[in-house]
Design a binder for this molecule. Structure first.
Ligand code: RIB
Ligand code: CA
Length: 329
């Protein structure tokens, strides 16, 4: 069997419940080599993100992966967390024991610059784009060396989750998001925008959690511990049973391009006013600008959960057939 080439990636994130599920998926994939994790302020402050990333690495037996602290506040606007959704510890109030150590001599942007300049490295960004924006400003060459840039963020036809039109990652630091998309334009790169149009289709339900626990109690219990708060939040605020898990889809798409489909377009981010943080997708070419993004609009939840369960629970294909009945299409 021809082994697929391992693809090196830095995961820039704000763990974060769904970021943590995304890290678990990436760390379970033969074809993905996680060179390091860079943390940005977002769901929680950087310190919480640093701590939570290490908790996930411990769960996965991968404390060999280095974690780097990044931006402690957005480029310009005030920092607004999402602790109301992710809990006081930004990990679903699981309050897992701390992992000591893991200090690094350099920061997130230093690590990103060094790794990208080596070549053959991509970035999967799962939080606000502050670290990437600081990198693009300091070293356009490093930013240009990125093999691929995948960002969970934004929205096209789907409504926002922080305002009628804005998604949290781009709303939390709109100046950074705008700078990153403009840098992509300038450098002839395309950001793969895995936005709410597709991530809203990925709903982790109590049935799926129950199935996960029965198949692999250690992993299932951990996932339940960090998602319970999120499930309660979704019931309380949206009266839905189940929680949308945004970030893991960006990892799944990075590893399997058939996971999502969409269109190439020029995208700009609004940085102020009532639409602050909106990802403006010029699908019709009004602005006559070259595409700087691949905007994902369609996905297949069953294909995602087959990958998610298969990888993190280490299951062979035939054990996954029950998912057909459990996955919300
Ligand atoms: O809007 C959803 C995104 O914002 C996810 O990445 C979530 O973790 C938060 O960062
Ligand atoms: Ca995130």
């Amino acid at each position: 069997m021809q082994r697929t080439k391992r693809r090196r990636v830095v995961i820039d994130c704000d763990p974060g419940i769904d970021d943590s599920l995304a890290l678990m998926l990436a760390l379970s994939m033969e074809e993905v080599e996680v060179a390091g994790i860079t943390v940005v302020c977002g769901n929680g402050p950087v310190e919480l993100g640093f701590s939570n990333a290490k908790k996930v690495l411990r769960q996965m037996g991968r404390l060999d992966v280095p974690v780097f602290r990044g931006a402690e506040h957005p480029l310009k606007r005030e920092y607004v967390s999402a602790l109301d959704t992710h809990g006081r510890d930004a990990l679903g109030e699981s309050f897992l024991p701390e992992v000591p150590g893991g200090e690094q001599p350099e920061g997130a942007v230093d690590f990103l610059e060094k790794e990208l300049l080596k070549g053959g490295c991509s970035v999967i960004a799962l939080g606000p784009l502050t670290n990437l924006a600081l990198l693009a400003e300091r070293s356009p060459q490093a930013f240009g060396c990125a093999e691929e840039l995948v960002s969970m963020g934004g929205n096209f036809r789907s409504h926002g989750n922080c305002s009628p039109v804005a998604e949290y990652n781009y709303w939390a630091d709109p100046d950074a998001a705008a700078l990153v998309y403009e840098a992509a334009s300038r450098l002839g790169k395309k950001i793969h925008m895995v936005g709410l149009d597709v991530t809203r289709r990925i709903v982790l339900t109590p049935d799926l959690l129950e199935y996960m626990k029965r198949l692999n109690s250690k992993t299932g219990e951990f996932v339940q511990a960090i998602t319970k708060f999120y499930l309660d939040f979704h019931w309380e605020w949206e009266h839905i049973i189940g929680c949308v898990v945004n970030d893991p889809l960006a990892v799944a798409y990075f590893a399997d391009r058939g996971m999502c489909s969409g269109l190439e377009a020029y995208v700009a981010i609004e940085t102020g006013g009532i639409a602050m943080g909106q990802s403006v997708v010029d699908a019709a070419g009004f602005y006559r600008r070259e595409a700087n993004a691949v905007v994902l609009t369609e996905t297949d939840p069953l294909r995602f959960f087959r990958m998610f369960f298969g990888r993190i629970l280490k299951l062979e294909e035939k054990k996954l057939d029950l998912l057909e009945d459990l996955v919300r299409q």
